[in-house]
Design a binder for this molecule. Structure first.
Ligand SMILES: Nc1nc2c(ncn2[C@@H]2O[C@H](COP(=O)(O)OP(=O)(O)OP(=O)(O)O)[C@@H](O)[C@H]2O)c(=O)[nH]1
Ligand SMILES: [Mg+2]
Length: 216
């Protein structure tokens, strides 16, 4: 398939015109939001849920402890038509978030099972650097052998003492470049609380999952 990320990102479109009769162009993906405790995975999830209000197949659920931490997972199905240039796909995306709490580590394997794409949600709080590193290492060791595409989001850019982007990249062992040769960003800035760049990250991971699907 002649598609390149560079032109893809600017031309991709998500719309509600899901076509139930078009079984041929129907794709189903599972997208997992992963990251250290309280980095903003569930906040990403709620922003997507609001944004795609009309495209929800399910109402979704969120299993939390009384302190608002994710105990098990948040889960939601979205249906949409995804167009890149003149190619159109009907997509069913199962969006889930893991718990970042290390004491529930074993549940993460279950939530990650069958993932087609992963969004790593990092925390800009400088005190969370070690947790970011640990969680990212865990993700790479899971995703790399299986060649599961992932993108890195650095959330909470609104924090006054937010970590410098270069410091974050060095800690995670990421290239200091802004973009990869395919045009995708090494790190996507975000403010999940305000919804900044949340849909952009979601579109980007869907795009990478589609590329991966067609290159297999
Ligand atoms: N300042 C700031 N705070 C944020 C942002 N996004 C999320 N938060 C806050 O960070 C805290 C944790 O957010 P959650 O979305 O529950 O984090 P989580 O990653 O799901 O946490 P666990 O499920 O416990 O691993 C909440 O108090 C959010 O309001 C952001 O962009 N900026
Ligand atoms: Mg959560």
């Amino acid at each position: 398939m002649e598609l390149h990320n560079k032109e893809g990102e600017s031309q991709l479109e998500i719309s509600g015109e899901f076509d139930f009769n078009d079984a041929e162009n129907m794709l189903q993906f599972k997208i997992v939001y992963w990251g250290p405790g309280e980095s903003g995975k569930t906040t990403n999830f709620f922003r997507l849920k609001e944004k795609f209000d009309l495209l929800k197949l399910s109402n979704g659920y969120s299993i939390e402890t009384t302190e608002g931490r994710t105990l098990w997972e948040d889960s939601l199905y979205l249906l949409f038509k995804f167009a890149i240039k003149d190619l159109k796909f009907n997509i069913i995306a199962h969006v889930v978030t893991c718990t970042g709490q290390e004491r529930f580590l074993s549940t993460r394997e279950y939530v990650l099972d069958g993932a087609d794409g992963i969004v790593f949600v990092g925390d800009s709080n400088p005190e969370k650097l070690e947790q970011n590193k640990r969680s990212f290492r865990e993700l790479v060791s899971f995703a790399s052998p299986k060649k599961i595409p992932y993108i890195v989001q650095l959330n909470k850019r609104d924090l006054e003492n937010a970590i410098k982007l270069s410091k974050f990249k060095i800690a995670l062992g990421l290239p200091l470049l802004d973009t990869y040769p395919d045009g995708s960003k090494v790190v996507y800035d975000a403010e999940a609380i305000q919804g900044v760049n949340i849909v952009k990250c979601f579109k980007q991971i869907i795009l990478q999952v589609i590329f991966n699907y067609f290159s297999e």
